[in-house]
Design a protein around this ligand. Structure first.
Ligand code: ZN
Length: 413
């Protein structure tokens, strides 16, 4: 007798914001997809049964901002080491590679990881492999930037966009066209230490680097992800270049030109951009999210669209490296509900990368990715690398990861 289903996840509490569902459900998988969803599915119908009693079942988590071009980009990490063990089944490398080294990135990383891995091509041909170094662990103020400790750079550092000639529009466009479903759009960092003069607003009142990223996205019908921490340009001017579907990452950074005005209220133009459909992404790691700023913004009704880790390798000068569940937990303490942090890592993340309906949901027919979570009780503290921390008494702890309808096991990556 053949079984109707390959695998049955039984007795869990399903939270799937894309279907507006929270409740006890059994979920069956077949041929890598969700095959059935019901309050009771018989164990006899499945070849393998996994018990999720007392646990929460969500769609496989999606992290839309990480760095995985390891061995080439100095701070990049291994997607398979940080994603699948932590309930993340899909992730996006946010611009580690430019067009120039993309073939290598594809050959040695993208096609070899078990994690579902997509990428944004950096506007700079160099990607993130220009020689940019911090000086030890000494965090002092950087020129022209205030509002939180910043990395002090080695004077020999060169950012990937300090020479605008590296921003080669035609080649970036070709890279996106040559890699459909793999390269989703273009990434740009307008951090002043990285872009320098490419950020200049001159007589023409333009941000040249961002103008080129816009052109790449328009010519490929894709989107821009723009890094906005440590930028000497007000967000309102950055938003002028963005359209619905573009992503602003590090949106809750607490350095100059953040989402709050001088009085500590959410800026009107920020609310307007969010309402217009610009994706507000957290990109948390390495001092790029502020705890009190997040508290203020969220209590003022400004929720991030997506939570992401910006995960990298742990380095001595990187005070905060959190994986995705380790970002979800503090954001619950910062004012988001459990459903909201799950929506921000499933439904909204899949929308942001153009995969809604296929990923980020456990609707019948969707890709069979699921994450089983324990809500652990205890005392947990998270810090933002800017001198602020927050404690909470419950933590999101992923215990089982299913990718393509199969239970992921350590060592089988
Ligand atoms: Zn990043």
């Amino acid at each position: 007798m053949t079984n109707k289903y390959d695998l049955l996840l039984k007795n869990g509490e399903l939270i799937d914001p894309a279907q507006g569902l929270r409740g006890a459900r059994d979920i069956a998988f077949r041929d890598g997809r969700v095959a059935a969803l019901d309050s009771e599915i018989s164990s006899n119908d499945a070849r393998e049964v996994v018990d999720a009693t007392g646990r929460i079942v969500t769609p496989g988590l999606i992290d839309i901002h990480g760095h995985y071009f390891q061995h080439i980009v100095p701070f990049a990490t291994s997607a398979d080491e940080v994603c699948l063990p932590n309930g993340v089944t899909t992730t996006v490398d946010a611009g580690s590679s430019g067009w120039l080294h993309f073939e290598g990135f594809k050959e040695f990383i993208l096609t070899r990881e078990q994690t579902r891995l997509m990428a944004l091509v950096n506007l700079s041909a160099l990607g993130m492999m220009s020689p940019r170094r911090s000086i030890g662990e000494d965090f002092g103020p950087t020129i022209g930037i205030s509002g939180g400790p910043q990395t002090q750079l080695d004077p020999r550092s060169v950012g990937e966009l300090q020479d605008l000639r590296y921003a080669q529009v035609e080649e970036a466009v070709q890279c996106i066209k040559d890699n459909p479903n793999v390269v989703l759009g273009v990434k740009i960092r307008i951090d002043h230490e990285i872009s320098g003069e490419a950020n200049t607003i001159g007589e023409a009142n333009t941000i040249p680097a961002l103008e080129r990223a816009r052109a790449v996205a328009d010519m490929t019908d894709s989107f821009v992800m723009v890094h906005v921490a440590r930028v000497p340009i007000p967000l309102a001017q950055v938003f002028e270049y963005l359209r619905p579907g573009d992503i602003v990452t590090h949106i809750f950074h607490s350095a100059e030109n953040n989402v709050l005005d001088e009085k500590g209220n959410v800026r009107t133009e920020v609310r307007e951009a969010r309402e217009k459909g610009i994706v507000f992404d957290i990109g948390a790691a390495r001092r790029n999210f502020g705890i009190s700023l997040s508290l203020t913004a969220i209590s003022d009704g400004l929720l991030p669209t997506t939570l992401s880790s910006d995960i990298t390798k742990v380095r001595p000068q990187s005070p905060v490296i959190y994986n995705l569940p380790q970002i979800m937990t503090p954001y619950m303490a910062l004012g988001m509900s459990l459903e909201e942090v799950i929506a921000a890592t499933t439904m909204h993340s899949s929308n942001a990368i153009g995969e809604s309906g296929r990923l980020g949901t456990l609707a019948v027919g969707a890709v069979g990715d699921a994450t089983v979570i324990d809500l652990e009780e205890g005392e947990f503290t998270y810090d933002d690398g800017n001198g602020e921390s927050i404690s909470t008494d419950r933590r999101i702890a992923p215990v089982i990861t299913l990718k393509d309808g199969i239970v992921w096991k350590p060592g089988e990556a």
